[in-house]
Design a protein. Structure first.
Length: 343
């Protein structure tokens, strides 16, 4: 082979290698990055076993055309109450939103907060997905966002710094709740409802005596340090906290059909089931672990006292139906969805 031929062949080989490299770089850069804001600590199962898993599922289903980047613990936005606005305005593409932090945005979802309605996170979440699918959780002025996942926590119970067994004992106690209906339930029991305390500030509020108790499920009660100060746990279904994952609608609409399909495949009931099953399993683990400590005490109402509490809490349901636009329809539809999801 002549020197000229070898030189020419070498140039050609370099050209092919450069073409492959440029193609690979172009392919890698073609992935559409979606930034997701959350308030979840990275070590928490909510982040590791649900949100991160979901993000990977979407990325994989898109054949690499999407890259969902999840930001933990407020790394993209420190105030959880701002996350819905961040998604609506396009600052973030996707957001993990605690509905109770933005009261009035999704008033229909407060049906999930009503006491005694939801038996588990799985059932409540799947029922929520059904309501979204039927267009019954529209929100107010929320046309700029699309609900990808609708979730319920496990049923909450009352954690207090002193033992509570009667309505007389709970009367006047300052108790924290995360959403409007949970606050109404607290008030109906004769206690003093305290809102505006985010989960990250809850432990301090209890330790400083700003509140004497909080309404939470076992997961939040453990992760956010509630049980460090509130060691009495009253077994009464106070309702749940609705949570959702939303996406900027303009961003979603601008995606390719393949990218939309990847998101849709992992949205709705599939997302709700992932959330619910993980939440229920971990909730039971947290409950069992907490009660291994002899200083933690479960409290059960007597049958007579339970009847009194149930009667008080039923007034919250009745009031919600009366005061909420289409309240009876939403309550009936959600109750039907809960029954269907329980099958």
């Amino acid at each position: 082979m002549s020197k000229l031929t070898r030189f020419t062949s070498g140039i050609a080989a370099v050209g092919v290698a450069c073409s492959v490299l440029l193609f690979s770089v172009a392919g890698a850069s073609a992935a559409e990055k979606l930034r997701m804001v959350t308030s979840l600590p990275a070590p928490s199962f909510l982040y590791k076993d649900i949100i991160s898993v979901w993000a990977k599922n979407v990325t994989d289903a898109s054949n690499g055309t999407l890259d969902v980047e999840v930001f933990p613990a407020g790394a993209l936005g420190r105030d959880p109450a701002s996350h819905l606005d961040m998604v609506s305005s396009g600052i973030a593409d996707i957001g993990y939103v605690v509905a109770g932090y933005t009261p009035g945005a999704f008033p229909e979802t407060t049906v999930m907060e009503l006491p005694g309605v939801i038996p588990s996170a799985t059932v409540g979440s799947i029922a929520g997905a059904m309501m979204v699918e039927e267009g019954l959780f529209k929100g107010v002025g929320m046309d700029k966002v699309k609900i990808l996942g609708m979730f319920s926590t496990a049923p909450t119970l009352l954690h207090t710094t002193s033992k509570v067994e009667t309505l007389d004992e709970v009367k006047g106690m300052r108790l924290r709740g995360a959403g409007p209906q949970l606050l109404h339930s607290i008030e109906a029991l004769g206690a003093t409802p305290v809102g505006g305390i985010t989960s990250s500030n809850l432990s301090e509020a209890l330790s400083r005596g700003l509140v004497a108790g909080s309404v939470n499920e076992w997961v939040a009660a453990t992760i956010f340090g509630v049980i460090e100060s509130a060691k009495f746990h009253l077994d009464v279904n106070m309702g749940t906290s609705p949570i959702m994952v939303v996406m900027n609608k303009a961003k979603y609409d601008a995606l390719s059909d393949e990218q939309k399909a990847a998101i849709d495949k992992n949205a709705g009931e599939a997302f709700s089931r992932l959330w619910g099953e993980q939440f229920d399993g971990n909730n039971e683990k947290f409950r069992a672990k907490a009660l291994e400590d002899p200083s933690q005490q479960m409290v059960t109402l007597s049958p007579e006292e339970k009847a009194k509490w149930d009667a008080r809490l039923q007034t919250v349901v009745d009031s919600w139906i009366e005061q909420t636009p289409n309240g009876q329809q939403i309550f009936d539809k959600y109750s039907e969805a809960v029954a269907a999801a329980s099958q």
